[in-house]
Design a protein around this ligand. Sequence first.
Ligand SMILES: Cc1cc2nc3c(=O)[nH]c(=O)nc-3n(C[C@H](O)[C@H](O)[C@H](O)COP(=O)(O)OP(=O)(O)OC[C@H]3O[C@@H](n4cnc5c(N)ncnc54)[C@H](O)[C@@H]3O)c2cc1C
Length: 431
Amino acid sequence: MSAASPAADGAMESVESFVARAEAWLPDHLPLADTTRMENGFGSDEEELANVARMRATQRTLYDAGFAGICFPAEYGGLGLTLAHQKAFDEVSAPYDMPTLINIPTFVPCGAVLLEFGTEEQKRRHIPAMLRGEELWMQFLSEPSGGSDVAGAMTTAVRDGDEWVVNGSKVWTTGAWWSDYGLCLLRTNWEVPKHRGLSVFIIKIRQPDIEVQRIEMINGSREFCQEFMTDLRISDRDRVGDVDDGWTVGRRWMFHERIAMGGGSPYTSGKPPSHGAGATGRDHLLELARETGQLDDPLALDLVGEARTLRRAASELSARVGEGIVAGAMPDTAAAIGRLMSGVVNERIRTIGADLAGSSVVAWADDDPAALFGVEFLMRQSGSIAGGTLEMARNNISERVLGMPRERTLDKDVPFRDVPKGPPAAGGETR
Ligand SMILES: Cc1cc2nc3c(=O)[nH]c(=O)nc-3n(C[C@H](O)[C@H](O)[C@H](O)COP(=O)(O)OP(=O)(O)OC[C@H]3O[C@@H](n4cnc5c(N)ncnc54)[C@H](O)[C@@H]3O)c2cc1C
C-alpha cells in the first residue's frame, strides 16, 4: 500500500505530516548513502549498469510509497505538493541513498520542459514513466561545432510527411549509453536567422539509426558520449513545441537546467551526498584533515571552514534566487546567479580537497585516505562547463539581469544558411 495518504478531506497534506511520514518510512526502505562512492562512470561498465539499475529500482520504491515527483502535478503521477514539501523531504532524506542521478537531466530540465511544452499525450506517456524510474532522459544540446552557442545547432531535421529525417551529431551527452530518451534541439529551417529555425524533439536513444560512441575523460570516466544520427526518422508526434520555435522551448530548457544546477528547482528530489562529487563532501574534508594529522594546523582548519562557508553560502543564495524567481521578484534569467555560484564553489572545494591531500593528489597507495582527491582535482572544472560555462552565466547575468549592453553578434538578422560556420562559435544567445 502507498505510504502517501493525502488529508482525508482532500486538502493538501501539511509539510509536517508529510515529513513525519517520510521520517518513519525512510529508515526501513532506503539504505544509508555511501558517501565515499564516486559518481557515475568510474567503475566497470557492469558496475555502472548495476548502479543505474539500482537507481531505477529505488525511484520505483519511492514512487510506490508516494514520495516521488513531489512537485509534479498529480495528473502526471506526481504528488502536486509544494516546494516547501520538497525542501523538507530533501532534508530528511539527505542521509539516505536517494536516486539523485535521475534528477538532472531526467526530471529537470527534460521533465520540466515536457510539463511546459509537451502535448497532453507526451506528458501522460513520459512523465509518469520518468517518476517510476522507467525512463531515463538525457540532453542532446551540444554539437561538435560548439556548445555555448546552442542556437547555432547544425544537426538537421527535414520534414517528410508526418515524420522528420534527422542527420548530424550531438556530443558531450552524459550517460547516453545507458539512457532511454534524449530531448534534442535540431535545425529545421536554414533560411531564417539562427534562433528562428530550430525545433525540439523527443528521441529514443537505443535504436539502429543512432550510433552512440563513448568518450573517455581525463579521470578515466567514460560517461560522456557522442551520438551520430543518420537518416533517423522521428514521428511528428514527438515534436515538443511549435515548428521552428524551438528557441522558445530552448530558453526555458536552459532556465530549468541553470536553476537545477544552482539547487533551486522544485523538480529535483534528494540531495547528492555532497556538494559536487563524493570525495570533497563536508565530512570528508574534516575527516581528511583528521586522518592526515592536520587537525592542529590552523591553515588546514581554515580550508575546511572555507569549504563549509562556501557550501552554505551557495545553498542560501540558490534558495533566495529560487524563491525570488517563484515570487516574481527576480527575472527567470537570475537562475544564472545560482549556476555561477555553484560552479565557482564546486571548483574551489575540489581545490581545497587537493590542498589538504597534499602530495597524495599525485601519487597514492590504495589505503591512502586522500586517494579520491587527485581524481577529483582533475575534474574540478567540469562543473564550471557542464550546463553552460561560467563565462556564459556571467554574460547572462550582466546582459539579462543587470541590463548591461549586449554582446555584439554578427549573425542576428542573417539567414542561418549564410552565417559563416566553424570555430570559434559565433556569439549571441548563449547557453
Ligand atoms: C561534465 C559535463 C557534462 C556535460 N553534459 C552534457 C549533456 O548531457 N548534454 C549536452 O548537450 N552537453 C553536455 N555538456 C557540454 C557542455 O554543455 C558544453 O561543453 C558547454 O556548453 C560549453 O560548450 P563547448 O564545450 O563547445 O565550449 P565553447 O562553446 O567552444 O567555449 C569555449 C570557451 O569559450 C568561452 N566562450 C564561448 N563563447 C563565449 C562568449 N560568447 N562569451 C564569453 N565566453 C565565451 C566558453 O565559456 C569557454 O570557456 C557537458 C559538459 C561537461 C563538462
